[in-house]
Design a protein around this ligand. Structure first.
Ligand code: PMP
Length: 461
């Protein structure tokens, strides 16, 4: 058997990949015909593929490579930590320096009294922790019937049984008989798609007030928590209208319901502050983090927990944890990543310079005949494709047909943009420069022009 290296021809790598590798969120049969794009290396915001093409990664991988690719400091820290202590757990009254140091750092960065860290391997299993944690919290408080967690349709909270259940993706629920019992949903604050003629703020308020109606329907004595992303990411970078989060928080407080804010995407500078909760003035009881915590260099996630919740849990043994909770190499790399984000002023630069610059350029795409709206918060942005911008109309073709065509044009123009249905989304590395933003926008406009022509030719307008 050949040793598999970057030097093998692309077609050979693709054939072996198709024969043995099952891809996440992919129709493997279809991919087999085409062959996957093989990425061989990366630096800054640029990927290199096996054909030698330089690709602008406007998604930072899966919204995670906040400091950009190719930082040697992280590799050095990982190697050093592997030599010193490659593994030990934090079960059974043991700890180690990387887990201690990262927990202290997260407590310092996280707002309010979010002072306690329970480690996971990523966002999905951190949300699984949250399900068990909030139910245990209420059981310890003598209210074990408080089990229900309310989430939102079109939310994304992961792909484990728990994460999929918390998420509001119907296509995911359909595979594996989910959600698990005790998860309920309200509608998302997606004004563009669902707001009709209602004024956006009135619509946002209506959607937030569905939470109160749902709590009353279930019975407040049975509700444990509400979970939401500050800005829905995988749902299409949906930004709630002003006033939405204030109303959600008013309702949570009124019924003494815990607020879990899923910051897996919005954490670590993505919105121009350390956390989306700061950008949107949200005060969570528990925060889910992952992705940007290590800039994706190693898998790690966590629940950052308030004094209020941690104090109650401390009274019992929480029978929960993963072999790799607080993995020393992952913690050491995450800590170094946070040092770089902080010492190089990357979060401040996003807020003060590059995010406003990207916003101006992104909104300039709104003049395109194909674009119904442009939205942006910090370094995450979306635009809606439409056949008729005056009506925010959807396409007659199946949702996602036009989005897919547009994504394929981006791909051909060496720009990674994703499509969610017929919305195009970006979430570039936070280190992207003004000049690189110009390139991103040029390629996006070219791809939109080309997709528009194809869609016209196919009679999809
Ligand atoms: N929550 C949110 C908001 C996410 O965007 C994601 C991943 N896209 C997850 C949870 C799941 O994280 P992971 O893939 O690391 O399990």
């Amino acid at each position: 058997m050949n040793k598999i290296t970057n030097h093998l021809p692309t077609a050979e790598l693709q054939a072996i990949d198709a024969a043995h590798h099952m891809h996440p969120f992919t129709a493997d049969g279809e991919l087999k015909q085409k062959g996957a794009r093989v990425i061989t290396s990366a630096k800054g915001i640029w990927l290199k593929d096996s054909e030698g093409e330089q690709v602008l990664d406007a998604m930072a991988g899966l919204w995670c490579v906040n400091i950009g690719y190719g930082r040697d400091e992280l590799a050095d820290v990982a190697a050093r930590q592997m030599r010193e202590l490659p593994y030990y757990n934090t079960f059974f009254q043991t700890t180690h320096v990387p887990a201690i140091a990262l927990a202290q750092k997260l407590a310092e960065l996280a707002p309010g009294d979010l002072n306690h860290v329970f480690y996971a391997n990523g966002g999905s299993d951190a949300n699984d922790t949250n399900i068990r944690m909030v139910r245990t919290y209420w059981a310890e408080k003598g209210q074990p019937e408080r089990e229900v967690i309310i989430s939102r349709w079109n939310a994304y909270h992961g792909s484990t049984i728990g994460g999929t259940s918390l998420g509001g993706m119907k296509g995911m629920h359909g595979q594996g008989s989910l959600p698990i019992p005790g998860i309920e949903f309200i509608d998302q604050p997606n004004w563009y798609a669902e707001g009709g003629d209602t004024d956006p703020e009135a619509f946002g308020l209506e959607r937030a007030q569905q939470l109160e109606a749902k709590i009353k329907e279930i019975g407040p004595e049975k509700v444990a928590a509400f979970i939401g992303e500050p800005v829905q990411g995988a749902g299409g970078v949906i930004v709630a209208p002003d006033g939405y989060w204030a109303e959600i928080q008013r309702i949570c407080r009124k019924y003494d319901i815990l607020l879990i804010v899923d910051e897996v995407i919005t954490g670590f500078g993505r919105t121009g502050n350390w956390f989306g909760s700061q950008t949107l003035d949200i005060k969570p009881d528990i925060m889910t983090v992952a992705k940007g915590l290590s800039s994706g260099y190693v898998p790690i996630g966590a629940s950052i927990v308030s004094d209020k919740v941690a104090d109650v849990l401390a009274a019992t043994e929480f029978n929960h944890g993963y072999t790799y909770s607080g993995h020393p190499v992952a913690c050491a790399v995450a800590l170094e990543n946070l040092r770089i984000l902080q010492e190089e002023g990357i979060v401040d630069r996003v807020r003060e310079d590059t995010a406003p610059y990207l916003a101006e350029k992104w909104h300039s795409l709104a003049d395109h005949p194909f674009v119904g709206e442009t939205k942006i918060v910090g370094m995450m942005a979306s635009l809606a494709l439409t056949p008729d911008k005056s009506k925010r109309a959807p396409f007659a073709a199946d949702t996602g047909t036009v989005g897919y065509i547009t994504r394929e044009r981006c791909f051909a123009n060496n720009l990674i943009m994703r499509h969610v249905g017929d919305r195009m989304i970006i979430s570039p590395p936070l280190v992207i420069t003004r000049a690189e933003i110009d390139t991103l926008i040029e390629r996006a406009r070219k791809s939109l022009d080309e997709a528009y022509e194809i869609v016209k030719e196919k009679g999809l307008l």
